[in-house]
Design a protein around this ligand. Sequence first.
Ligand SMILES: O=C(O)CCC(=O)C(=O)O
Ligand SMILES: [Fe+2]
Length: 357
Amino acid sequence: METTAAPLLQPPNIKQLADSPDLHFIPSNYVHSSNDPADSSATDPGELNSIPVIDFSQLTSGDPHRRSIAIHHLSKACQDWGFFMVVNHGIPENLMKAVIDSTHEFFNLPEEDKREYAGKQVLDPIRCGTSFNASKENVFFWRDYLKVFVHPHFYSPTKPQGYRDIISEYCEKIREVAKKLLGGISESLGLEENFLDKALDLKSGLQIFVGNYYPSCPQPELTMGMPPHSDHGLLTLLIQNQVSGLQVQYQGKWINVNALPNSLLVNSGDHLEIFSNGKYKSNMHRAVVNNKVTRISIATAHGPSLETIVSPASPLIEKENSPAAYIPMKYRDYLELQQSNQLDGKSCLERLKISRN
Ligand SMILES: O=C(O)CCC(=O)C(=O)O
Ligand SMILES: [Fe+2]
């Protein structure tokens, strides 16, 4: 006879927990063990570890000299950090604010309005939930999320009113920025500007809109909003409600990201690492919480089309005469693998690495 394991008890949304009156201590199943990853301390950037800044207007100016400077900066940022801030990107400030505010409103909707998107499969186009993958975790994260597939087919929750139009406009604009950054990155690898676009079928590329909700927490140092991880896909572009919380790893140390006003915070993802054959490492990052205010972040992930089999770019292997360091894998399969397990550093990418010992 077949037996099925009893499902783990699902926690309530973090919003419900954080809103409960007289919450002075967090439940033990939100406390992460002392060595990892709850040690949320990090240093601020200084002169020797200042986070790279890319001037988007330089990249798109049409002046070849200015563009080549921007591409050089992109190349260095991708090699050293896998993370950079983008300024002068042209996305209107009021649109960024509208997308953050309306996402906050989404999380404030009555539970029954959000329920229709809860408990879905990882490739369902709209889903919301708490922690990262609560059905697989024993210790939870101080976070609720909303994930929406917005390209190549556009979906959107129906509430709050006007949300659909705001998400649609924001995602279209941010996709254009991502596309131009990826064109620059393609060139920075010594390839044609549109090589990456064509090789990874970006016209049908997957774009996922992720809203993250981190309410204030009475014991922020004991828990985490998101554990250390790298993102799937090529580039994730993130904005936030002027509340810090993102930390990135640089030379083995955690660095607080103090965002420049109106900047986009950009992480390189696992598929850029694979495509570049390891030249551009995907960035490890995490999110910490605080005891004062709710933090909202909007991460937009940009990947190849779901059916693309991603492997190291062939000209890089031939030109540089370096063997492929990653096993090819369909993006859809990778996404499913990463999203249906616990989020654990770069463990998913590690499975594809070819060791040459
Ligand atoms: O909220 C943040 O700053 C990080 C979010 C994040 O890493 C993600 O959604 O993948
Ligand atoms: Fe992330």
